[in-house]
Design a binder for this molecule. Structure first.
Ligand code: ZN
Length: 300
């Protein structure tokens, strides 16, 4: 029980709006597909107005959004979805539309940073201060914490857009990122799997060669993140990671690619606890919004 918070998990495919005090006290939830900004944000506003009538004023609202987004509090476009290729959403003042209707603190971050915070408070990153949260689904996103602070910098990390070695003989698929072609997202997110193999990942059996190639790309990405960010743990969620055969393949491949260079027991004997699914499962993003709200409410 306790104070009630609102959460928006604003994904490129679907939105999840929730009112909760924490993982064990979820009062209400609304899920719907992401359409045009007016309609999509409008449905969230209507949901929270109804919730406030029912439960009283919410203490704060946390929004984890697909991106790229502006997270610089000093920027005039803070709270905007910025250069997204998603139709109709480029330069959308997401927070402004919410703030116009709700006089409560609003926390704003990337969907992956929100999920990372949720995992930090209640899940697989409890007690860790430097870790990453990755989602592999419609896109490839990455966020996390460094020394207990959510990762922001010039903007926010775009881990899905790193370059990968691409052997065109083994995999002639050109990649589908509109900006870079064969970057990690362009090669390894869900739509690339569907396009490369002609069927959706859901229809490919767990022992299909597609997953060996997928694990190779994911492990190449993780190797870069291990070497550059030195995370204490890597949490991997999203639709593609629901394929159970992927985790063992990715762990084994990551060990092989690191080739014993980065010396730590986590990477050697304890890799099963190093590359892990979110402990909050599919609720990581939604509870991440609750965690963002809780944090901003308690910061006064
Ligand atoms: Zn890219």
């Amino acid at each position: 029980m306790g104070e009630l918070y609102g959460s928006i998990e604003g994904g490129g495919t679907k939105f999840v709006c929730t009112v909760a005090s924490g993982p064990h006290d979820i009062r209400d939830e609304l899920r719907y597909p992401t359409t045009a900004p007016d309609e999509t944000i409008g449905r969230a506003i209507a949901f929270f107005e109804k919730q406030q009538k029912k439960h009283g004023r919410l203490s704060a609202l946390g929004i984890g959004s697909f991106g790229p987004i502006d997270v610089d509090p000093d920027s005039p476009t803070w709270g905007y979805v910025t250069s997204t290729p998603k139709a109709g959403w480029s330069n959308t003042d997401f927070v402004g539309r919410i703030r116009a209707r709700f006089d409560i603190p609003i926390a704003w971050d990337t969907d992956v940073n929100a999920a990372a915070l949720g995992e930090h408070v209640w899940g697989a990153a409890k007690g860790l201060d430097t870790f990453i949260y990755i989602t592999v689904g419609t896109g490839f996103g990455g966020g996390g914490m460094v020394r207990g602070k959510l990762m922001h910098g010039l903007v926010h990390p775009e881990m899905g857009h790193i370059a990968l070695p691409h052997d065109h003989d083994t995999d002639p698929y050109p990649g589908r990122c509109p900006f870079h072609g064969d970057c990690l997202e362009g090669m390894a997110a869900g739509p690339a799997i569907s396009e490369r193999w002609g069927v959706s990942g859901k229809e490919l059996p767990p022992d299909h060669e597609a997953w060996v190639l997928e694990a190779e790309y994911l492990a190449l990405g993780l190797r870069t993140f291990v070497c550059t960010l030195s995370p204490q743990r890597i949490i991997m969620g999203g639709g593609v990671m629901q394929v159970e055969s992927l985790f063992p393949l990715v762990r084994a491949r990551l060990q092989k690619l690191l080739n014993g260079y980065v010396q730590h027991p986590s990477l050697i004997d304890n890799i099963d606890n190093y590359v892990v699914p979110p402990a909050l499962g599919k609720q990581a993003g939604m509870l991440g919004g609750v965690a963002l709200a809780q944090r901003i409410a308690s910061s006064g």
